[in-house]
Design a protein around this ligand. Sequence first.
Ligand SMILES: Nc1ncnc2c1ncn2[C@@H]1O[C@H](COP(=O)(O)OP(=O)(O)OP(=O)(O)O)[C@@H](O)[C@H]1O
Length: 238
Amino acid sequence: MPAAPLDIKDLSAGYGPTRVIEEVSFAVPAGSRLAVLGRNGMGKTSLFATLAGQTRRYGGEIRLGDRDITREPSAARALLGLGYVPQTRDVFPTLTVEENLFVGLKTRPKSAVEEAYDMFPRLKERRGNLGSQLSGGEQQMLSTARSILGKPSVLLLDEPLEGLAPVICEELMAAFSRLAASGDMTILLVEQRIQMALDFADHVIIMERGRIAWSGSPATLAGEHETVDRLLGVGGLH
Ligand SMILES: Nc1ncnc2c1ncn2[C@@H]1O[C@H](COP(=O)(O)OP(=O)(O)OP(=O)(O)O)[C@@H](O)[C@H]1O
């Protein structure tokens, strides 16, 4: 599937009676890279979970390409091209690394797992190990690789660098950039390492208490020290 645009209008959602996403609207053009930033607890993970159909929606609309997916259940959204790598590392503990990757292939041939091994040589070394035997960083790689193998048209990455060594972070961000640049995927990224997110993204939104408090380009944000201090915390850019 080629990259698709994502269009969000007036989206409000939460958990049971608790609303944590409030009238959020934004559009992400096909093949572009959006960074979603904000301090802890401001709603970044909940926004992605809402896009993936895993929270209770109170109102608003989500369009993926030319389809309205607002009322589609989570599994249908995945089939329609929405890939989601949650912060909680979605690894099957009793399957091997390779079996985990096979699950991500959907209808693609098994030989396509080599794409994951090219991206993460570490996974190739551990292809016969069980998911439960991997380190946190390896689980992170596996969860990300499995989603990418499904060739989603829009990929939601919630803190994909957590637990990874700096050199691997840089390789991974470069790989994400290539996926977006090749027109294969539209990528939305939640990341605490703000500078890395800004280097990657072509557009940024900052969330505060479930709303979008700021939206603009990485270059503009880098010059707005007051915004960075207020919405991301002093010393936010590093
Ligand atoms: N399962 C849940 N049930 C009820 N409230 C929740 C649940 N998950 C998150 N929340 C609340 O929703 C709000 C937003 O949390 P969320 O995890 O989306 O923020 P975040 O910006 O991703 O934070 P972090 O950077 O710490 O991951 C918080 O007030 C949080 O306590």
